[in-house]
Write a protein that binds this ligand. Structure first.
Ligand code: ADP
Length: 504
């Protein structure tokens, strides 16, 4: 660490990866356009902070409309030159496999960068985010050689078949909660289908996307296939959403911004896919295996400090076990060690930013003001610096309270009692969102019946939060539309051409 500046040394205290520190030293970070790292045209940069100590990790180029225009120009050229789409599928698959290998080879470095930039425990970055990103590239590498068209049963005088072709230039705007994983959910299927991309990471967490850009260059992808434009929502993000020469926009983030993106996309009728907010019901029946239900519910709301779009933030507990269950959930919350997320024993780090910290503190206030009781937590963390919030379980909540209706995006469980199956299905579905849900019971008939009745894109039975690149993910209602992951992402990133040929 001798050559690292004193301020960087202080901002990264606890970091062990010399590669991560080397990466941070070579700031300001630039934009990736046409295979080259370039400063923003305005010359502007912004700071990215370590939310555990509020110190600056790096300066990052602030891209805006002029940079997006430039990125689109080269992306369009790469697409129209068929540099990527017309490569042999086997060759394209090998590039994706190479990216997966490189992510794995740099896993320790990427995990530390993710934890430094986002605040999530290293335990999570190292075991969930980074391996998940590599697996996503590997999964879609397998798809490149399996994107089929069809032969249609046309009149014998005709031969009619379909081709699945790439959509073109894809703008991809991602959030800060799973930065590298979200980048891979976006980039991997788009590339598998032969598209070219312009990725905009969230301004709070640009680092691993930039490092991924470097690894993509190292893998040797043709220039112009992947651009990384760092910057803010209004500016870089809005320029992507509005751009007349971007064919598709894929967005993960808040429902509020999702609506703005949908409107902005109307100018040239971009294809749009949106993965937005949630207020997912996590339903506990009295016959559930209680230790598993408590553990799974804690994971459902406290993983990543609750900054998860499919977090089980409304915990519905049947009246007869409400007190017992909320006691156990609070007890489990009390065992979560808050602290420097780089410490491998830490189970809860800070929230990502001051803005998010203020927001969550506002909800803690609102919950108390509406009469909910914090059985545990309910306050910011006691650390000297950093955006910590104590894991919180609110009891005495009803489904009409603000803390039961609005997405908090923090480690705050709202525990709501229910009478019976009919009641909980009604309450569970009484929300604007529909991203995920869970049900805990040993009665398989009840589990399957409730799973059918819940209006959500994912339902977990006797587990919570399991995701895998093979299984589709996306929302009902205002949680968005389009399904990422699995074979469904191939629909998002291809368009179908019907070809007619007259015979004879
Ligand atoms: P959050 O509220 O959780 O920070 P946002 O929905 O604001 O989530 O942000 C998700 C992503 O959307 C980020 O990359 C952000 O920069 C981007 N974004 C925010 N506002 C806009 C906008 N008006 N147009 C396009 N992108 C935006």
């Amino acid at each position: 660490m001798a050559s690292v500046s004193a301020s960087l040394e202080s901002a990264t205290r606890g970091a062990k990866s010399s590669a991560a520190l080397e990466f941070l030293k070579s700031a300001p970070k630039k934009l990736l356009i046409n295979g080259k790292w370039v400063p923003s045209k305005s010359g502007k940069t912004f700071e990215t902070l370590n939310p555990a100590n509020e110190q600056v990790l790096a300066l990052v180029a602030e891209g805006d409309k002029a940079d997006v225009d430039e990125a689109v120009k080269y992306a369009r050229k790469a697409f129209e030159d068929f540099k990527w789409a017309n490569l042999s599928p086997h060759a394209r698959a090998r590039f994706l496999l190479k990216i997966a290998d490189l992510i794995e080879q740099h896993a320790d470095e990427l995990a530390e960068l993710e934890t430094l930039d986002n605040g999530k425990p290293l335990f999570e970055s190292a075991n969930i985010d980074i391996p998940g990103a590599a697996e996503t590239f590997r999964y879609y590498a397998g798809f490149v050689t399996k994107i089929y068209g069809e032969t249609n049963p046309s009149d014998p005088s005709m031969f009619n078949y379909t081709l699945r072709e790439p959509v073109g230039v894809c703008g991809q705007i991602i959030p800060w909660n799973f930065p590298l994983l979200m980048a891979s959910w976006k980039i991997a299927p788009a590339l598998a289908c032969g598209n070219v991309v312009i990725l905009k990471p969230a301004e709070q967490t640009p680092l691993t996307a930039i490092r991924l850009g470097e690894l993509i260059c190292e893998a040797g992808l043709p220039e112009g296939v992947v651009q990384i434009i760092t910057g803010f929502g209004p500016g870089a993000g809005s320029s992507i959403a509005e751009h007349p020469d971007i064919d598709k926009v894929a967005f993960t983030g808040s429902t509020e911004v999702g609506k703005i993106i949908l409107k902005a996309s109307a100018g040239n009728l971009k294809r749009v896919s949106l993965e937005l907010g949630g207020k997912s019901p996590n339903i506990i029946f009295p016959d559930a295996d209680m230790p598993s239900a408590v553990f799974g519910s804690a994971l459902g709301i406290f993983l990543n400090q609750g900054q998860v779009c499919c977090a089980g933030s409304r915990v519905f507990v049947q009246e007869s076990v409400y007190d017992q269950f909320t006691d156990s959930l609070s007890q489990m919350a009390s065992t979560l060690t808050l602290g420097n997320p780089l410490d491998p024993n830490t189970r809860m780090g800070p929230l990502v930013s001051k803005e998010q910290h203020d927001r969550v503190k506002g909800y803690l206030k609102a919950g108390k003001a509406e009469g909910a009781k914090a059985k545990i937590g309910g306050e910011p963390g006691k650390q000297e610096a950093g955006y910590f919030i104590q894991p919180t379980v609110f009891t005495g909540v009803n489904n009409q309270m603000k803390i039961a209706r609005e997405e908090i995006f923090g480690p705050v469980a709202s525990a709501i009692p229910f009478k019976d199956e009919t009641d909980v299905v009604l309450q569970g579905n009484d929300t604007d969102y529909g991203l995920a849900a869970a049900v805990w019971t040993k009665d398989i008939n009840r589990a399957l019946t409730v799973a059918r009745k819940l209006k959500a894109g994912t339902v977990w039975i006797n587990t919570y939060g399991i995701l895998d690149p093979m299984s589709p993910f996306g929302g009902y209602k205002q949680s968005g539309f389009g399904r990422e992951l699995g074979k469904y992402a191939i629909d998002l990133y291809t368009q179908i051409k019907s070809v007619w040929c007259k015979i004879g």
